[in-house]
Design a protein around this ligand. Structure first.
Ligand code: PLP
Length: 227
């Protein structure tokens, strides 16, 4: 099923881009969390290049089982400071930097292994109480702080939209996220800010219409997760 599902998702991505006249590259991050490593291997065979995991521990197990994977690994779930070490060792892009504390921990751990860690800043655009992500008000200061760090490189912004009954209600959230993303560009070296990560199974088409160039899709590719 993965092959067919991927084809369908890729078509929906292309259709959403076409609706708004976009021709730029849109990266599909296949979210493999809570699915066995075999599904990740299958997805890789079907052309998936980017995978998303929520938990460092689960990702480590998969990396062990599938070492020569040639995949780009995205950490999309909340990261605890005490897991920053393993996160910088294994992930290409960390989407979920949402506090000063965590930013500093990632910079420090990356420094220890001589890495410059690519990151996104996660912003709680919809101001949901139950969600991770920094406050919109803290975002400019976090950009400034990150800019001065030697071992992190900010490549853009990530947000998770609320799960509204009417999916169209997410559109203004994505629109604000896109505006914040555009605001970032002049603050950093030219060309550095390049990823706007937003959109999941239920809302990725709207996210693309509103400017996302990284979408994180699990269920539509792999089916429901077993917890
Ligand atoms: C689980 C998860 C996704 C994928 O969700 P689906 O609805 O299965 O597509 C995307 N982003 C984040 C941050 C997630 O935790």
């Amino acid at each position: 099923m993965i092959k067919e599902n991927l084809e369908a998702v890729n078509k929906r991505i292309a259709d959403a881009a076409a609706r708004v006249g976009r021709t730029d590259k849109i990266t599909l991050v296949a979210v493999t969390k809570n699915h066995p490593v075999e599904m990740m291997e299958e997805a890789a065979k079907c052309g998936v290049t980017d995978v998303g995991e929520n938990r460092v521990q689960e990702a480590l197990q998969k990396l062990e089982a599938f070492p020569d994977n040639h995949l780009t690994w995205h950490l999309i779930g909340h990261l605890q400071t005490n897991k920053a070490k393993h996160a910088v060792e294994h992930f290409d892009l960390i989407h979920s930097i949402d506090s000063e504390h965590l930013l500093k921990a990632v910079d420090k751990e990356a420094g220890k292994i001589g890495k410059v860690q690519d990151i996104l800043l996660q912003v709680n655009v919809a101001r949901e109480e139950s969600k991770f992500g920094m406050e919109v008000e803290d975002f400019p200061a976090m950009c400034e702080l990150a800019k001065g760090m030697e071992h992190v490189r900010v490549l853009g912004l990530m947000c998770i939209a609320p799960n509204y009954d009417n999916v169209e209600d997410v559109r203004p959230v994505f629109r604000i996220a896109h505006a914040l993303y555009e605001d970032m560009k002049p603050k950093f070296p030219e060309g550095q800010i390049r990823y706007l990560s937003m959109g999941m199974t239920h809302d990725f088409e709207i996210a693309i219409e509103e400017g996302a160039n990284v979408v994180r899709v699990g269920t539509a590719i792999f089916g429901p997760r077993n917890y």
